[in-house]
Design a binder for this molecule. Structure first.
Ligand code: UD1
Ligand code: CA
Length: 449
């Protein structure tokens, strides 16, 4: 079986500069929701039909997707014609790029019915109380499929039909290919409707959705938000049923590709997106945002931002820390209040607990980075590296001017500005000596100054 996703429409009602399918739910574009659902079905190939600003959509598609262009948007049937070379004898499942709620398990049932009945086409339908706007499924008194009538073309009688076309349909590839040759735009919208194809075939089946919300399409931004609510709830409930505590699901947002281990607790106002993986027994949040991070077991992250970082077991982060791209925190590291890290590897058991910036640095094991330490990694033009060995003690308010190398077991006095490499086991002091003038203040006062 192949899958073809129609995503050429402009999506006028979104009132957007960008193609509709690029709008995001939980940080993932609509079209990628549909592609990832399609992938779960293990098709031989996935194709996408692009049109309006398709070059922008192309950039966000994963590898291995066949792309077709529909130059003018002349209807859903025309969109499939634009991918004519994609069609062969295999079954072809048509999905819409603006319907991200559909699940692979429902599609599998549709595919099973299609195979078991040896149908030419099997249409996924839904029964809606308010079917306005959708194509209606017209059947005879025996329940046999006759036709799909689009809302714009329906008679008053037909508009009363509650069974609607979800848009998802599977065809025998060769039958679809032949029928498309005969398809005409004879309707009120002057479009080539894909929905006019089934009536041209002999053996058409329907499969009714159990949960009609899976058919909800997104045409405006209110529907975008409503779809997000449904998908968010689905993800959170699935995590909770699999052993993750989410103390306040109303304020927690978790993306569809996030994995979280058993007995981890997610506190309120927490946002976890991208390909993040979190281990077991962690405490995440409140007020934390994590994107594309690998997080081990028994990690605590409190009121912090983490992006593209790797965090090993038994680490604690925050409150108010920021782990930026390329951060690696090894086991038992402690990153505390107002600490920022970027492209920095911190060795096992090391600590940077207060008010620190660590950028382009490699830090050994059991290092103590004092409050207010800054790696001065940028000279205005280039970034430079800082190397710190094992068991180094960096006194508070130290500026490490990179490139600089500090070997094992060094002790740096507080308030130092370090511009030169320091050999193993040394004490380094890089500050002006203190001058104390006794009675200086009293003498001034006596003179009335
Ligand atoms: C379509 C169906 C309707 C169904 C409804 C379900 C047709 C004619 N109608 O209507 O029966 O009830 O979906 O949501 O198929 N697209 C293209 N090229 C085009 C036109 C559309 O690629 O020329 C794509 C759009 O990007 C979108 C999808 O096809 O992803 C559906 O198009 P849309 O215009 O939203 O169809 P509906 O009017 O919703
Ligand atoms: Ca639509």
């Amino acid at each position: 079986m192949k899958v073809l996703i129609l995503a050429a429409g402009l999506g006028k009602r979104m009132k957007s500069k960008y193609p509709k399918v690029m709008h995001k739910i939980l940080e993932k574009e609509l079209v990628n929701w549909v592609i990832d659902t399609a992938k779960e079905l293990n098709p031989t190939e996935i194709g996408v039909v692009l049109g309006y600003k398709g070059e922008l959509v192309e950039k966000i598609l994963p590898e291995g997707i066949k792309i077709f262009y529909q130059k003018e948007q002349l209807g859903t049937g025309h969109a499939v014609m634009s991918a004519e070379e994609f069609l062969n004898d295999e079954d072809i499942l048509i999905l819409y790029g603006d319907t991200p709620l559909i699940t692979a398990s429902t599609l599998s049932k549709l595919i099973d019915k299609h195979k078991n009945t040896n149908a030419d086409a099997t249409i996924l339908t839904a029964i809606l109380d308010n079917p306005a706007g959708y194509g209606r499924i017209v059947k005879d008194e025996n329940g046999k499929f006759i036709n799909i009538v689009e809302d714009a073309d329906a008679s008053e009688e037909e508009k009363k039909i509650k069974e609607i076309n979800s848009g998802f349909v599977i065809f025998k590839g060769d039958k679809l290919k032949n029928a498309l040759k005969e398809l005409k735009p004879n309707n009120n919208q002057g479009e080539y409707y894909l929905t006019d194809v089934p009536k041209m075939l002999e053996n058409v089946e329907t499969y009714v959705l159990e949960d009609f919300s899976e058919a909800l399409g997104i045409n405006n931004r209110i529907q975008l938000t409503n779809a997000e609510k449904i998908l968010r709830k689905r993800i959170l409930e699935n995590l909770m049923l699999n052993g993750v505590t989410i103390t306040d699901p109303d304020t927690v947002y978790i993306g569809p590709d996030v994995k979280i281990g058993q007995d981890t607790i997610i506190y309120p106002m927490t946002f976890i997106y991208g390909k993040t993986e979190i281990g077991e027994d962690c405490e995440i949040g409140p007020m934390t945002r994590i994107n594309n991070c690998q997080i081990g077991n028994n990690v605590k992250i409190l009121r912090s931002e983490c992006e593209d970082a790797i965090v090993k077991d038994n680490v604690s982060v925050g409150p108010y820390s920021r782990l930026r791209t390329g951060t690696v925190l090894n086991e038992k590291v402690k990153i505390g209040n107002y600490v920022e890290t970027k492209k920095t590897i911190v060795g096992k058991g090391s600590k940077a607990q207060h008010l620190t910036y660590l950028g382009d640095a490699t830090i050994g094991e059991d290092v103590n980075i004092g409050a207010g330490t800054i790696t001065c990694n940028y000279d205005g033009k280039n970034k430079h590296k800082t190397f710190i060995g094992d068991r180094v003690f960096v006194g508070s308010n130290t500026a490490l001017v990179a490139p600089v190398k500090i070997e094992n077991d060094v002790l740096i006095g507080a308030g130092s500005t370090i511009t030169e490499d320091i050999p193993e086991g040394s004490l380094a002091l890089g500050r002006a000596r203190q001058v104390t003038k006794e009675n200086w203040v009293f003498n001034k006062r006596e003179k009335g100054e």
